[in-house]
Write a protein that binds this ligand. Sequence first.
Ligand SMILES: [Zn+2]
Ligand SMILES: [Zn+2]
Length: 155
Amino acid sequence: MSVPREGGCSCGEVRYRLLSDPLFTHCCHCLSCQRQTGSAFVVNILIEADRVERLAGNPQPVDVPRDDGSVQRVFRCPTCQIAVFSQYTRPDVRFVRAGTLDEPRAVEPDVHIFTRSKVDWVTLPSSTPAFEVYYDQQALWPTESLERLAALETK
Ligand SMILES: [Zn+2]
Ligand SMILES: [Zn+2]
């Protein structure tokens, strides 16, 4: 990783730094992500929770219902309420919202998911795998990322 990836909320209270490259980066076009962001999709950086260094502030968890009946824990700045990262099923993996990076261009999606609800005016690059719903992690993730995930499970 050449450039340090730092980010934060809009008011400046919450600041974080990613200590390594992402495990994988999702661009999600599902209805829940569209509603949460008020936009067409979300870009999530999947990374080990202990590789998200908190530089300032204390993001607060808010449990948000998802359309599939599950709950997504969204961590927000207590003051400006910007969502900086989420937790889905695993507490040891964060989904960092790439739009909160100082340089959102520092990452690119490795996969597009839930394209069944993608808005028609977004055209996806043919070079990036895209799936109507979800994908097979074992098939798509680089070996190094799978090893990092396995290392988490033995912690
Ligand atoms: Zn804030
Ligand atoms: Zn989604």
